[in-house]
Design a protein around this ligand. Structure first.
Ligand SMILES: Nc1ncnc2c1ncn2[C@@H]1O[C@H](COP(=O)(O)OP(=O)(O)OP(=O)(O)O)[C@@H](O)[C@H]1O
Length: 330
């Protein structure tokens, strides 16, 4: 555990609804190292946000089924809500998707931050205010922003305020869920770089950065984890995932990225054909198989996680034989 902030082993968490169980986090295993930014990518509905909430909220109908999660020595799946609450913001902090919409329009930024801090038992004295001001400077926000209402801020400014709030207690582990998706390209780059700065300054120890956009991960993530339909398809160092993707789904995701300088008429953006399967009572087998050009009978069984190279794992029955094909012309 020493080198890892988070250790997740065979984690399962399902939405327990009237129609049955939506298997949104199904047998997930990975570690998050100290000082690491781990990118989590996959199409919409693949279970990225559910995985994040499994670590922090687990509100009904989401139900923890089995598996272990060790967060800096705390077995968090076994903890009661009262105990776990003490870890929030301190040890683990989440910037949820759509956090930009959570600001109250009737409160000034300072009051919003102070109210939130108090809710987490933080003393909002002069020291706290100074710390907030220092952090504002760090993220290029003028001190005067504290006395403004949220409606007076741009999306990029709000996102920076949110980053300050969620890291004000120097959490070991930050989960940033789609924090760049509502921003323009230069704000996206700024927010992503800021996250890396927070890590470099050891304000946070490590982070999971959730996004649809692999190109942002290429810039800031040390490793990338690809999730598909509640399962992990592949995880590995960023360069390996981009240069040597072993799972057909990873390859398809990378291929669907638009390329600068290539016009639509010359190279139509293909996307990935088909849609992810419904996760309600989904059965055995590789969940990507219905969209995969390489499907064989064996794919009806769930693929095991296989070792590719240091820190690089893939769950595909055919990754070895397809290697050269996947990386060349199909
Ligand atoms: N409250 C809920 N009840 C039942 N099913 C849910 C609930 N919330 C999410 N799901 C289902 O769980 C699956 C995973 O959803 P999740 O939001 O985690 O995906 P995601 O990868 O984060 O998608 P996005 O990128 O669009 O946020 C989807 O099939 C979704 O329909």
């Amino acid at each position: 555990m020493k080198d890892n902030v988070l250790e997740v082993k065979n984690l399962k968490a399902y939405y327990d609804i009237m129609k049955g169980k939506v298997k949104a986090v199904d047998d997930i295993t990975f570690n998050l190292k100290k000082g690491e930014i781990l990118g989590l990518a996959g199409e919409s509905g693949c279970g990225k946000s559910t995985l994040a909430s499994t670590f922090i909220y687990r509100k009904k109908p989401l139900k923890y089924i089995s598996g272990e999660v060790d967060l800096v020595g705390n077995k968090i799946m076994e903890m009661r809500e009262k105990e776990f609450k003490k870890l929030r913001l301190n040890t683990i902090s989440l910037i949820p998707q759509y956090a930009l919409d959570a600001f109250s329009p009737t409160k000034k930024v300072k009051q919003y931050i102070f109210d939130l801090a108090r809710q987490h038992g933080v003393k909002t004295d002069k020291n706290f205010l100074n710390k907030v001001k220092e952090r504002f400077e760090l993220v290029n926000l003028d001190e005067s922003t504290l006395n403004r209402y949220s409606i007076e801020l741009s999306g990029g400014m709000k996102q920076r305020v949110i980053m300050v709030i969620s890291t004000i207690l120097d959490p070991d582990f930050l989960i940033a869920d789609e924090i760049t998706s509502a921003l323009d390209v230069s704000s996206q780059r700024f927010v992503a770089t800021m996250l890396a700065n927070l890590r470099d300054l050891e304000i946070i120890k490590s982070a999971i950065f959730i996004t649809h956009d692999i190109s942002i991960l290429y810039q800031i993530a040390d490793r990338i984890m690809i999730m598909y339909a509640g399962n992990l398809a592949e995880i590995g160092p960023t360069d390996d995932i981009i240069d040597n993707p072993c799972h057909p789904y990873t390859r398809a995701l990378i291929d669907s990225l638009p390329k600068v300088g290539v016009q639509y008429k010359d190279n139509r953006l293909s996307g990935i054909k088909g849609t992810p399967p419904h996760l309600l009572e989904i059965g055995e087998g590789c969940r990507f198989r219905k969209r995969c050009s390489y499907e064989i009978d064996e794919c009806k069984e769930t693929p095991k996680r296989e070792f590719v190279a240091a820190d690089h794992f893939v769950a595909c029955w055919r990754w070895k034989e397809l290697g050269s094909d996947l990386n060349g012309e199909k």
